[in-house]
Design a protein around this ligand. Structure first.
Ligand SMILES: NC(=O)c1ccc[n+]([C@@H]2O[C@H](COP(=O)([O-])OP(=O)(O)OC[C@H]3O[C@@H](n4cnc5c(N)ncnc54)[C@H](O)[C@@H]3O)[C@@H](O)[C@H]2O)c1
Length: 266
């Protein structure tokens, strides 16, 4: 969500604590790593000794990660998560190393459009990026984890996974679908040592488009939006994501964790 505080809340490499080394020796795939929550998650994993496969549709956004002191532990892959060949390239870039974690973070919004103003193009693109992408990449990664020694998958859901008044129709449906993907996979693979959880962020200062493209939605959703908790920095969400990726949460599987300053109890 872009707002005036975004500048001061941007994640910088200095924001991350290097004391803990929860990801030492581990390889973690992070999608959407070029901006916002994905970038903050990649920086946190790097600060804690991990190797990051940083995936984004924009290669320019990934170049900063390569030039960091820990850049030798970053593999950047320009990939569109909706493209099956790109997903194959992501998995191939890892070589034979075990994949310890996958953070499905890349996502797009729908301009808060209501159902009757949602055309097929918007619907299909939001579903492709927010649902098909995590489905395809998780399918590829879980196959590797099943053949190895398990792992952790974290999907980024949304407050729109939990309620009907946080976004437009396509985005709300896509983020509800991510909850289904999370719970189904958590059940199916928990016995194989693969944990699958989701984080549901509230408002976060990132590069994501937060503007209303619909007068109708602005009037219906606007009053609720004015009551939500303060906008968080992306590190607040990466803290939740990395906890679920790490062994600290080893007894947690199939949860949808609101990381929203308490919005979900309003
Ligand atoms: N910012 C918020 O307020 C908020 C709230 C709830 C949930 N989320 C979710 O958090 C996730 C991250 O969003 P953000 O706020 O950090 O946004 P962001 O726009 O700052 O970052 C998203 C990144 O994903 C990349 N991306 C977009 N489409 C892609 C594709 N097809 N393939 C590969 N990469 C692609 C973009 O290039 C961008 O770098 C999204 O899933 C979003 O729905 C965000």
């Amino acid at each position: 969500m872009t707002n005036s505080t975004a500048e001061q809340m941007t994640a910088t490499p200095q924001n991350f604590e290097e004391g803990a080394q929860r990801f030492a020796g581990q390889t973690v795939i992070v999608t959407g790593a070029g901006s916002g929550i994905g970038r903050a998650t990649a920086l946190q994993i790097l600060a804690e000794g991990g190797r990051v496969i940083a995936v984004d549709i924009s290669h320019d956004r990934l170049s900063e990660l390569e030039s960091m002191p820990s850049g030798e532990r970053v593999v950047t892959v320009r990939a569109d998560v909706t493209d099956e060949q790109d997903i194959k390239d992501v998995v191939d870039s890892i070589g034979d190393s075990p994949i310890a974690g996958l953070a499905n973070i890349a996502g797009i919004t729908d301009g808060h459009r209501p159902l009757h103003e949602t055309d097929d193009e918007i619907w299909q693109r939001v579903m492709a990026v927010n649902v098909d992408g995590p489905f395809r990449l998780t399918r590829a990664v879980v196959s590797r984890m099943l053949a190895g020694s398990g792992g952790a998958v974290v999907n980024v859901a949304s407050e729109a996974s939990l309620r009907g008044n946080a976004a437009g129709t396509a985005y709300t449906v896509s983020k509800h679908a991510i909850v289904g993907l999370t719970r189904s996979a958590a059940f199916l693979y928990g016995s194989e040592g693969i944990r699958v959880n989701a984080v549901a962020p509230g408002p976060v200062a990132t590069g994501i488009e937060g503007a209303f493209a619909s007068e109708y939605s602005q009037q219906r959703l606007g009053p609720f939006m004015r009551m939500i908790p303060p906008i968080a920095g992306p590190e607040a969400i990466s803290a939740s994501i990395t906890w679920l990726l790490s062994a600290e949460s080893r007894n947690v599987n199939g949860v949808v964790l609101p990381s929203d300053g308490g919005w979900s109890v309003q």
